[in-house]
Design a protein around this ligand. Structure first.
Ligand code: HEC
Length: 186
């Protein structure tokens, strides 16, 4: 890619995030809010991140409560390499539950990148001391589900799914379950 194109892409990314241009500066003014390194800049708002990663990944774990992943096979005539349901994909069965669990544990890291906005434009309430606690619960729940998937034991998945539901709900009770979108993240 030519330099000018790269530069233009960077500018566009800044506009898309609605950030003032100065946030690209390497040396923020004294007292400026802590910025994520350029390599860790958020691209989605919180709602999009939830819908794009946490929602689909947690559904894989929740599905393993009802159907034993070991019994799930690709539908006849369907190419598992093209599957949109991870459980019946090339990396399906218990391995899909392992991968979804790790995706959720890794999503905890994404929830700690500074500069992300909620869908209503408010900053993600990262400075509230409860935020990192709820994020840590999500990370722990992800790693618990990972261990349960590795053990291929459905009773353990039931327990881990319950822990996961609580981890999601504790944060949602505080910042999502509001009468209107505008009231979220306050
Ligand atoms: C640390 C806090 C936190 C955790 C943990 C968390 N969420 Fe969220 N979630 C939120 C907030 C806040 C919103 C509202 C975002 C917005 O409106 O921009 C949200 C929104 C969502 C949405 C979109 C709802 C809508 O209105 O469309 C989904 C889906 C979702 N979360 C799923 C999950 C799942 C599943 C988990 C657990 C695996 C989870 N979240 C864990 C804070 C959290």
């Amino acid at each position: 890619m030519p330099r000018t194109t790269l530069y233009r892409t960077a500018i566009l990314a800044l506009f898309a995030l609605n950030l003032p241009a100065q946030t690209a500066s390497k040396a923020p003014a004294a007292g400026a809010a802590k910025q994520a390194p350029a390599t860790m800049r958020p691209q989605a708002n919180l709602l999009q991140l939830m819908r794009g990663i946490l929602f689909p990944a947690s559904n894989v774990i929740f599905a393993a409560q009802n159907d034993n992943p070991a019994d799930l096979k690709p539908a006849p005539g369907k190419d598992p390499a093209l599957a949109t349901d991870p459980l019946v994909s090339t990396y399906g069965g218990w391995q899909a539950v392992e991968n979804a669990s790790l995706a959720l544990a890794e999503a905890a890291n994404l929830l700690m990148i500074s500069g992300r906005k909620c869908a209503n434009g408010l900053p993600v309430p990262m400075n509230n001391p409860d935020w990192p606690k709820f994020v840590q619960s999500l990370r722990d729940a992800g790693m618990k589900a990972y261990a349960a998937a590795q053990s291929k034991n459905q009773d353990k998945i039931l327990d881990a799914a319950d822990t996961m539901t609580t981890a999601c709900a504790n944060c949602h009770d505080k910042w999502r379950e509001k009468p209107t979108l505008a009231d979220r993240c306050k």
